[in-house]
Design a protein around this ligand. Structure first.
Ligand SMILES: Nc1ncnc2c1ncn2[C@@H]1O[C@H](COP(=O)(O)OP(=O)(O)OP(=O)(O)O)[C@@H](O)[C@H]1O
Length: 266
């Protein structure tokens, strides 16, 4: 019997308040893939990842993480690292980067972290290039450094699947590059990545496949936008290569929608 994929959804429908935010989403993320979730503001990207980690309820359809039905709330969170959108590691609490990362090892069944845990936390900080800042208070960190601390916190359990919601948003160029290097390393080590993005930017080269949402529906599932160096640089004219110019080794449908809006390209 084949092993279940890291993520699978079938006709996934989510209603929040009065609005139906996801409308029958079918998506699979296979082992070792790096998938970008793209689409305009409000298209439902964050809601989709929140549904996958059990933060928002599923109205209709189903979602499985490593074969586990997420509605049963028995997801094995040791296998998943999730970094939500735009949160800071500090939230007014005076903690060092090492303490924040170490807290990723805590659970209701594990309230103390021993020496091995602290070593593991240092390794996770090393992975995001912040080992030298381990003892610093996160209150003095930049937005990008916060993001890296939170990614280290997600990595400390050595998850097989990492779900990142807009990891590049509002962070400085050096942090973007450090993050891209971290994610390249994880992908090379066979980890699975699902990343919500506004712009492929620095992460473009490591994306295998793009899923584009529009109004809560999948309008493209296939070739990623072509990698354009410096795409998010100020003044970039947003010219893109056309269908057929994508990476040759991906047997996936060509991108026929604008990945920023989900609208069809004519
Ligand atoms: N708790 C909520 N109650 C009602 N509507 C909500 C709630 N959370 C999100 N929405 C709505 O759902 C839609 C999708 O939001 P979501 O955050 O998933 O979009 P997104 O594609 O991630 O957007 P962005 O790129 O701006 O982060 C939006 O119209 C939003 O206003």
């Amino acid at each position: 019997m084949s092993t279940p994929p890291p993520i699978r959804t079938e006709s996934l429908t989510v209603t929040l308040g009065a609005s139906t935010v996801l409308r029958g989403v079918d998506m699979t993320v296979r082992d070792g893939e790096a998938v970008a979730l793209l689409g305009a503001n409000g298209s439902g990207k964050s809601t989709l990842v929140k549904a996958l980690v059990g933060v928002v309820p599923i109205r209709r359809g189903q979602a499985w993480v490593y074969g586990q039905d997420v509605t049963t709330r028995r997801i094995d969170f040791r296998r998943i690292g999730y970094v939500p959108q735009r949160v800071t590691a500090a939230a007014g609490v005076p903690a060092t980067a090492l303490e924040v990362v170490t807290s990723g090892l805590l659970s209701s069944a594990r309230l103390r972290v021993g020496r091995a845990g602290r070593v593991r936390a240092m390794e996770a900080l090393e992975q995001v290039g912040l080992a030298d800042r381990a003892k610093d208070s996160v209150q003095i960190f930049s937005g990008g450094q916060h993001q890296r601390v939170l990614i280290a916190r997600a990595l400390v359990r050595d998850p097989d699947l990492l779900v990142l919601d807009e990891p590049l948003a509002g962070i400085d160029r050096a942090s973007k590059q450090a993050l891209a290097a971290t994610l390249r390393g994880l992908r090379a080590a066979g980890r699975t990545l699902l990343v919500v993005l506004h712009e492929p930017g620095e992460l473009g080269p490591l994306i295998d496949r793009a899923v584009v949402l529009r109004n809560g529906r999948v309008v493209h599932d296939g070739a990623p936008p072509p990698a354009v160096p410096g795409h998010d640089a100020p003044g970039h004219d947003h010219e893109h290569a056309h269908a057929g110019e994508g990476p040759p080794d991906h047997h996936v449908p060509e991108l026929t929608v604008d990945w920023r809006t989900g609208e069809e390209v004519r």
